[in-house]
Design a protein around this ligand. Structure first.
Ligand code: ADP
Ligand code: ADP
Length: 232
């Protein structure tokens, strides 16, 4: 479903050039929960952002269901991106909008009718367990609740893929676990493929089926989680 082929990313600036990704190839199958692990600066964030082309690779192909996103016109790229939701460490919620309005936002952009939006938002808030908070503002919520809103919003347009950029890194261990359980539920119930990046091995061990370990822009190890982290 996701195929990265020979991806390189060079950041050029006056301070000097950084080769953040070095000829990376990676395949993620439909239904996977795929973890990309590595230390800070390894290139994880660059890599996951290459999947939806938030970052454009310097060279290489990004194929989603066979289509190379790097070759698409801006308009067609926008359409393909609707198949990918993304969540972030710092949630990226709209502070001036209520929970309900945050989740409705991508649907409004899509031009969905008001009464349909209401029904869809209701379903999404039920899925993440936040129906009773729909009129709250993000500032009135805990970190875990904010991430649940972000997840509901990311799923609003029915994506096939959910990308998670350190989504649990700012949360305490118990909250982190509950968010990871929610991601697993989404993977299983909604048949959504999940790709996540993290610097924490616990996250990988808790929910990932497969893992790639990134170091200095290269994949140094990859495989099934229970094989890679086998305790001798
Ligand atoms: P990680 O997510 O694993 O911490 P990143 O992908 O953020 O790694 O960064 C990989 C490398 O690329 C680092 O050396 C980082 O400093 C560099 N880098 C990331 N973004 C930029 C940018 N916009 N401009 C220049 N260098 C960058
Ligand atoms: P930071 O540098 O603080 O991590 P980002 O640069 O990752 O922030 O933020 C990228 C922005 O692009 C976000 O505000 C996000 O909402 C937006 N964005 C664009 N396309 C997408 C997409 N397909 N999925 C999710 N967010 C997207």
């Amino acid at each position: 479903m996701i195929e990265l082929k020979n991806i390189s990313k060079l950041y050029e600036s006056k301070e000097g050039n950084v080769l953040a990704l070095k000829n990376i190839s990676l395949t993620v199958d439909k239904g996977d929960i795929y973890g990309i692990m590595g230390l800070s600066g390894a290139g994880k964030s660059t890599l996951i952002r290459c999947i939806n082309l938030l970052e454009k690779p310097t060279s290489g192909e990004v194929r989603i269901d066979g289509i190379d996103l790097t070759k698409l016109s801006p308009n067609n790229l926008r359409k393909c991106r609707r198949d990918m939701g993304m969540i972030f460490q710092n949630y990226h919620l709209l502070t001036s909008r209520t929970v309900e309005k945050n989740v409705a936002y991508p649907l409004e952009l899509d031009g969905m009718k008001k009464d349909e939006i209401k029904i869809r938002v209701h379903q999404l808030l039920e899925l993440v367990g936040l129906q009773d908070k729909k009129n709250h503002y993000p500032s009135q919520l805990s970190g875990g609740q904010r991430q649940r809103v972000a997840i509901a919003r990311a799923l609003a347009t029915n994506p096939k893929i959910l990308l998670s950029d350190e989504a649990t890194s700012a949360l305490d261990p118990i909250t982190s676990r509950s968010i990871l359980n929610l991601l697993r539920e989404i993977n299983e119930k909604l048949d959504i493929t999940v790709v996540l990046i993290t610097h924490q091995m616990e996250v990988i061990q808790q929910i990932c089926k497969k893992v790639a370990v990134l170091k200095d822009g290269e994949i140094v190890e990859r495989g099934c989680v229970n094989q890679i982290f086998k305790t001798p």
